[in-house]
Ligand binder design. Structure first.
Ligand code: SF4
Length: 330
């Protein structure tokens, strides 16, 4: 690991000032991914600004939404009674995302910013990685790409986004609260992440020195049902090959009056499947409608040499989740 300077901030204004003083610095919260990447030489910040003492640990119910401080841990959020009652699929996504030890350290803000698990990104001995260094190429396109993305890709990067909870949050239309040298702003999670295009190293809308202070999650309608299904190579401590976060409000006639769908493990960003939602909304729950929604969700998918199976897997994952959440399987 390269030497770096360590500073601790106790106020948000101090953290912002420390970040402004050195553009190659980085904020440190739970550090569960960041420190590994530093040890491997993938991240090389000149200084770490420890933000764990900042007053960003509250969870507050406010006007039909839950406002979650960026430093709330994944375990704290999963245990919150409002999440248990009104956002059960967010809780499921949190519990399926990591071990208890990691959930006790990792923060919700850090989870949204976690880096890809692409093996070439994490191995600095591999030169070709546009996400690590723009213009070097993409090893995954010509080499092993079984776990890589089929949605939102570009010829420059096909890395999947690794977060589980972001899949449920994007389905809910969550909003990220940000503060920086020029003030506060709010960005919808759907617009927060950037697909790789020709700049895979730019992953989101955060500007230099900006800090996530909170995530605002609209609560599910009281009569909604929800489910998060994660399909992976082994049942614990593993990232998704495909996942689906689904919430619906089902009328007495089995018509889906409201539907939200997020997909994970198959896209370069947490994926809001608006096309699937359009197919579901206003239609009676049935296998045919579920299949049509799943087809719509992956309509733009682009497979590589080893990951075409993900297109089928994503559809099956979504159909299964819809069956579970509606109780309709025929
Ligand atoms: Fe790098 Fe993206 Fe290619 Fe992986 S998929 S090697 S992260 S450019």
């Amino acid at each position: 690991m390269r030497p770096f300077e360590y500073v601790r901030a106790r106020e948000v204004s101090t953290a912002l000032a420390e970040a402004a003083a050195d553009e190659s610095g980085d904020y440190l919260a739970g550090g569960t991914t960041q420190l590994d990447l530093m040890k491997d030489g993938v991240l090389r910040p000149s200084r770490l600004i420890d933000i764990t003492r900042l007053p960003l640990r509250g969870i507050e119910e406010r006007q039909g939404a839950l406002v979650v401080g960026a430093l709330v841990t994944m375990e704290e959020l999963a245990a919150n009674p409002v999440v248990v009652r009104r956002l059960p699929f967010v809780r499921e996504a949190l519990l399926r995302s990591a071990s208890v030890q990691l959930r006790n350290m990792a923060t919700i803000g850090g989870n949204l910013l976690q880096r890809t698990r692409c093996r070439y990104f994490r191995d600095p001995t591999v030169e070709a990685c546009n996400k690590r260094e723009r213009g070097t190429g993409c090893a995954a396109i010509t080499r092993s790409n079984r776990t890589h993305a089929v949605l939102g890709t570009s010829p420059h990067c096909i890395a999947t986004h690794a977060s589980d909870v972001a899949v449920a949050l994007i389905a809910m239309g969550a909003v990220v609260h940000i503060i920086g040298a020029h003030g506060r702003r709010e960005v919808a999670l759907t617009g927060f992440y950037r697909t790789p295009g020709d700049t895979p190293d730019v992953e989101n809308e955060l500007r230099p020195g900006e800090l996530i202070t909170a995530v605002e999650i609209p609560l599910l309608p009281v009569d909604a049902r929800s489910e998060y299904l994660k399909v992976r190579d082994r049942t614990s401590y593993e990232f998704a090959l495909a996942s689906a976060a689904v919430a619906v409000v089902l009328g007495e006639d089995d018509v889906m009056r409201w539907a939200r769908v997020g997909l994970g493990g198959v896209a370069t960003v947490p994926w809001r499947a608006l096309e699937a939602e359009a197919v579901l909304t206003g239609n009676r729950a049935s296998s045919e409608v579920f299949t049509n929604a799943a087809r719509a969700a992956v309509a733009g998918a682009e497979p590589r040499s080893q990951n075409a199976f993900k297109i089928e897997l994503a559809q099956r994952t979504l159909v299964r989740t819809l069956q579970t959440v509606t109780g309709v399987s025929s």
